[in-house]
Ligand binder design. Structure first.
Ligand code: SAH
Length: 262
C-alpha cells in the first residue's frame, strides 16, 4: 500500500487521528442495527471503526487501486455481508443501480473536499435521504454551514432547510496524511427530512427564491427581490423582516415565510 501515491485530484487526505475517528463514531450514535453509507473509504481507517459499531457498511470508492486494496483488507466482512464495497463515483451512485434495498441509513464520511457542495446537495435533496450525516469537511465550510459568525449564507440555509447542523470538533490539518492546506472540522446534520416542503414544486421554488435573495450579497433584500414585480416590502413586513435586511440576516423561518408569499 505504501506504493500507492495519494491522488490530489481525488482529494485523498487520509485520516490518522484516533481522537477524530472516535469523535466521528460518537457523533454517529451508532448501533448494530444501523446501515451506514461511507463515501471515499480510502485506506479504510474510518471504515474499520464503522464496521465495529454499525450493522452494515456500504462504501463507495472511486479510486480503483484503493478499491482493490480494500477488497482484500476487508475480505472477511465482505463475505459475511456486513460490508458492501463499490467501485463508483458517489455523484453517480444510486441504491437502485446496485439493487440495494433502500432503507434507513446514516451517511458518515471523511469526504473529498472538492465535492462537498455536490454531496450535500445530492443527499439532502434525495428522495431517500439519510436520517443523519456526520461529515468531515474543511473547517471554514463547517463554520459557514452552522453560521458561526451569525451571518447566514445560501449554504447554511440550504442545509437548515433539511436538517439541524451542528459543529462537533476541529480536526487540525496535521491529523491527516498527507496534511491538507487547511484545518478540517466534524459536523453532524440531524433530523433530516423534507418536512418544510409539501411538494417538489415548493422545494424548487424555495431554492429559486433563496438564490435570487443572495444574488448580490451586499444589496438589500428588497433590491434583490424587486424583479418579482410585486410589493416585496409588504411581504417582508408580513414575514417580520426588516425592509433594510440583507439576505445574510434572514433565518430559515423568514425564508420559508417568504417562499409561501412570493
Ligand atoms: N475516508 C478516508 C479517505 C478520505 S480521502 C480517510 O478518512 O482516511 C477522500 C476519499 O474519497 C479518497 O479515498 C478518494 O479516492 C475518494 N473519492 C474522491 N472522489 C470520489 C468520488 N467522486 N466518489 C467516491 N469516492 C471518491
Amino acid at each position: 500500500m505504501k506504493h500507492i501515491r495519494p491522488k490530489k485530484s481525488l482529494g485523498q487526505n487520509f485520516l490518522k487521528s484516533h481522537t477524530a475517528l472516535t469523535q466521528i463514531i460518537a457523533a454517529g450514535k451508532l448501533n448494530k442495527k444501523d446501515v451506514v453509507l461511507e463515501i471515499g473509504p480510502g485506506k479504510g481507517a474510518l471504515t474499520e471503526k464503522l464496521l465495529e459499531h454499525a450493522g452494515t457498511v456500504i462504501a463507495i470508492e472511486k479510486d480503483t487501486n484503493l478499491f482493490v486494496y480494500l477488497s482484500e483488507k476487508f475480505s472477511d466482512e465482505i463475505q459475511e455481508g456486513t460490508f458492501i464495497l463499490l467501485n463508483d463515483d458517489i455523484l453517480d451512485f444510486s441504491f437502485s443501480n446496485y439493487k440495494i434495498r433502500e432503507t434507513k441509513y446514516k451517511l458518515i464520511a471523511n469526504i473529498p473536499y472538492n465535492i462537498t457542495g455536490a454531496i450535500l446537495r445530492k443527499f439532502l435533496s434525495l428522495e431517500t435521504q439519510p436520517e443523519k450525516m456526520v461529515l468531515l469537511v474543511q473547517k471554514e465550510v463547517a463554520e459557514r454551514i452552522v453560521a458561526r459568525d451569525r451571518k447566514e449564507s445560501i449554504l447554511s440555509i440550504s442545509v437548515k432547510a433539511y436538517g439541524t447542523p451542528k459543529y462537533i470538533a476541529k480536526v487540525p490539518a496535521r491529523y491527516f496524511s498527507p496534511a491538507p492546506k487547511v484545518d478540517s472540522a466534524i459536523i453532524s446534520i440531524e433530523n433530516i427530512s423534507k418536512a418544510h416542503f409539501a411538494s417538489i414544486k415548493e422545494e424548487s421554488h424555495f431554492f429559486e427564491l433563496l438564490r435570487a435573495g443572495f444574488a448580490h450579497k451586499r444589496k438589500l433584500l428588497t433590491s434583490n427581490l424587486s424583479h418579482l414585480g410585486i410589493n416585496t416590502k409588504t411581504v417582508l413586513i408580513e414575514c417580520s423582516i426588516s425592509t433594510q435586511a440583507r439576505a445574510e440576516n434572514l433565518t430559515l423561518k423568514h425564508w420559508i415565510c417568504l417562499s409561501k408569499k412570493l
